[in-house]
Design a binder for this molecule. Structure first.
Ligand code: ZN
Length: 115
């Protein structure tokens, strides 16, 4: 047995996977909020980073998966019995969450002028 494993990812990849559990702050690169906190955050709102307390928000692109999810709901609604609509919405919500989680970037909302 050799100590080298060609299939073992380099350490940087492992760190990336670890960081993916939370949302990184654009200012301090530390934990700004949980993934769920980011999901609940809208572009019109901003919250303080949990690490450096600077204001961060999500870009306006975060509305896209939510709009897509709502459109999917509106399209599906006439075809699905009301008692099953919540069940049908689960994969939609999961999909919206995944898109939001992987593609929506957190942006700084700290006013640079106010010092
Ligand atoms: Zn921060």
């Amino acid at each position: 047995m050799t100590s080298e494993n060609p299939y073992q990812p380099p350490n940087s990849n492992v760190d990336k996977q670890k960081n993916a559990k939370y949302v990184q702050c654009p200012y301090c690169n530390n934990r700004a909020m949980s993934a769920m906190g980011k999901f609940m955050l809208g572009p019109a709102r901003s919250v303080k980073c949990q690490s450096c307390a600077k204001r961060v928000s999500v870009s306006w692109a975060s509305m896209i998966p939510i709009v897509v999810g709502m459109a999917a709901y509106i399209v599906m609604k006439p075809f699905i019995e009301p008692k099953y609509i919540l069940l049908a919405l689960v994969p939609v919500v999961v999909l919206v969450f995944i898109i939001h989680y992987y593609f929506i970037k957190i942006v700084g909302r700290e006013k640079t002028s106010s010092k």
